[in-house]
Ligand binder design. Sequence first.
Ligand code: FE2
Length: 232
Amino acid sequence: MNLQQFPYSSDNFSYVIFGKHSALAIDGGAVESILDFVQKKKLRLTYITHTHLHPDHNCGTRELLTRSGATLLDGVYLSEHSQIELDGMPVRVHKTPGHTADSVTFHVDNCLITGDTLFNGTIGNCFSGDIKAFYHSIKFLMAFPEDTLIYAGHDYLKYAMSFSRMIEPDNPDIDPYLKSYNSAHVCSLLGDELKVNPYLRFNDSRFIEMLKKKNLPISTEFQRWESVMSIG
Ligand SMILES: [Fe+2]
């Protein structure tokens, strides 16, 4: 799988997806690392794009464009295209509104680049205010195979697990999940997210029991989603 993760700022991630000759940068804040990487790999940085247009995700775009000659695939492009071709390899673009209205998730091989929609261990704030759209986006991501790798826009994993432990102190899957954390390569399996990420657990019987004890509505799946959103 040709995907490289680059940390920048305090907890942000850039990603480069690459084929034999061409590369696509997603959320290119790690400008120097990305340019170094493509140079060493003898790749042409062909495209630059974003998971959404928050400033911490597009802060490197202008410089990357100037220094690489790449083409910007902006929000308009992403709204009109369901995939990006990279040396014949499809990188699928899925609209996943909720954190923001323009949030997208990229899908290549068994990897999802989820931006601030889905983090390892938690989800993004619902800045769009559209809690129903966020629910549908999370449901859409949950339907991928359990061995799908989640590559997020930030590393909030340890903080997220403190919250998970606070609301589900007896969840036996939190410790193994924390043990598998590698700060040099941050990702997780969707199957593990379903076990520890509170925002993906609204159909788990132990989790529903916990919501019930808090006197939160649990009759429908959407009610349980609203209930878990109200805890955070
Ligand atoms: Fe964001």
